[in-house]
Design a protein around this ligand. Sequence first.
Ligand code: ADP
Ligand code: MG
Length: 719
Amino acid sequence: MVKAQGPDASSISRLDQIKISQYFGCNTFSERTMRERLQKDVYKAYRQALKRGESLSPEVARSVALAMKEWALEQGCTHFTHWFLPMTGATAEKHDAFITWDEPGTVIERFSGSQLSQGEPDASSFPSGGLRATFEARGYTAWDPASPAFIMEGPLGKTLCIPTAFVGYHGEALDHKVPLLRSMGVLSERAKEALRHFGVNAESVVAQCGPEQEYFAVDLDLAQQRPDLMFANRTLQGAKPPKGQELEDHYFGSIKERVLGFMQEVELECFKLGIPAKTRHNEVAPNQFELAPIYEAANLASDHNQLLMELLKSVGERHKLAILLHEKPFAGVNGSGKHVNWSLATDEGQNLLEPGQTPEENLQFLYFLSATLKAIHTHGGLLRAAIASAGNDHRLGANEAPPAIMSAFLGGQLNHILDAIEKGDAADASTQRILDLGIGNLPAIEKDATDRNRTSPFAFTGNKFEFRAVGSSQPIALPLTVINAAVAEALEGLNAGLAAELKAGKEHKAAVMAVVKRAIVETKAIRFEGNGYSEEWKQEAARRGLPHAKDTVAALHTWESAASRSVFSKPGILSEGELESRLHIRHEQYQKAIAIETQVLRQMAETQILPSITADLGARADSLAKLAAAGISVPGTLKAALQAQATLAGEAQERLAAMKDSLAAAEAIEENQARTAAFGSSVNESKHALREVLDRLEEACDADLWPLPKYWQLLSPLL
Ligand code: ADP
Ligand code: MG
């Protein structure tokens, strides 16, 4: 038996114990480990399948599984689990011990190859959006060979986790991974077709992603005293603190030791798991932070982001920190997003969104850029729908996050080039010393010349696009699937256009320019370089006819349009049934999120806040009575203040009743869309109305009697 290589992961407890490169991925069944442990021909077959995006043959799968099992047992794993991403958005796992009966009363470690490559969890309790009747509960999980198996260390032992896709009995996608993998496959095919026109024969083209993860850290003891943070992941009540983020002194500030200790432990865990954590820094709001990894293939980045979100929470608890991934944990303070950086690369590592050195490469770059613009132009509404959630509704369009209108920012240089091409003046694009299109003899584009525009939801940043509207708690798989699907469709159109131009006898460069120019003209409406937060942009966008779904209720309608459906169903990324089920689940999740918030706020108001207010009023009234009894005249203003507070408490009571009524009314609505609409309007409004009064009551209440940690406490520096 081959001995495990490298250091023993469980003995590494400090970032600087040994070089990161020496233990990176030591808790994964990585490519390196596979190369060491698999027979040469098996490893070669595995690599080939990966490179081509194909699945493993049964023989190869069996050999890989055997090696994986040996490795896991050597590492001391006692259990294994298929790890998957059901449509709840959280990850799911069911652990099995490696043991089986030997003779009566004794067990031996056993684990078959097929157990590794396929699992059959009882899946009846996962949401399927009606895809699967409960009597047909069977679901299958199958290993995604592009995502390495990894070991989770528990307090008393280790578990082998196998990243899997989750499908139903008839092969229907029950998770977020399957559609993502399908979209990557389709995009690869379309991109390869396009590349052939440029004389490039790629084996595959892979969507790349680097998701920047924002989060808040709050003292765990304080957070545990707030039912809203525990159950809804955000504060449902809370008066503004005297000092919020006005001074903007937190952004990129020095990281306090307690938080640094937490971040370093997260990074240590990340490195062991092969997650390439790269940057850490303070964000704009107090107690808000960010971690960004180095980009990877989109499916791997998606798995790693899910893992990261779990690590943040579990490591946080060890440091007595509650990690809040919600899009808007605190009113009046910036929310958290996830900037999903996206690009396309060939298996040889050529980034297709990187301006090139030669005229031919630059033409190719413009071609892929045009396809991406076309995708956003055609499916901006769908992109918006992909990131719609009850949580993100609080963030999008607020003065801190990208607007809910999807537009693309290219930066001055590129814009100039596209404008010149549109005017039919390609020579001008070249003579601006910007991009060599082979018309003049000029230098190539400066790569880092794109200026920054933080207000744009979809910004080109030199060699990739940055989709900034994704919420911090959302799985990135769905937005990535939408981008991939939309760009694949756009490429299909461009490829057909190019083929037609060539067939009509146009010379290659002229044909490409004709196709690119057409795309530039067609997509002009989504190009916007100005301030995306401004009111003028909203009006301008309306004039341009861009869709503007203000909230989830509006955004979900986009899923129903024929164009939205066909971008998924035509290339087989999601069937009509799979689409329907996803839409159903989106409605359900939205309704549930708001229902939970309403229940939690009801409970806080009824059992914590209002009793405290009453106690406060009673105590003050007693004090006034005592003063009067002592012959001290009580000023009318004091009585009036007390009266005003009592009146406000009465108002709160009324608004509480109204909120309960609105929840009951919404829940009684049978029809799904109408129910979603009711949650988004009357229930949300009644919650907001109650909060508004409770916040005012908090400001007047005796601080010693106030039952909840206040904003200023939650957002105090973590020392
Ligand atoms: P900024 O905050 O300035 O945007 P960060 O360093 O915080 O920069 O994050 C940039 C992210 O973009 C990182 O996750 C990085 O890996 C990712 N990224 C860089 N190049 C690419 C690329 N070609 N494709 C996808 N993601 C990329
Ligand atoms: Mg960043």
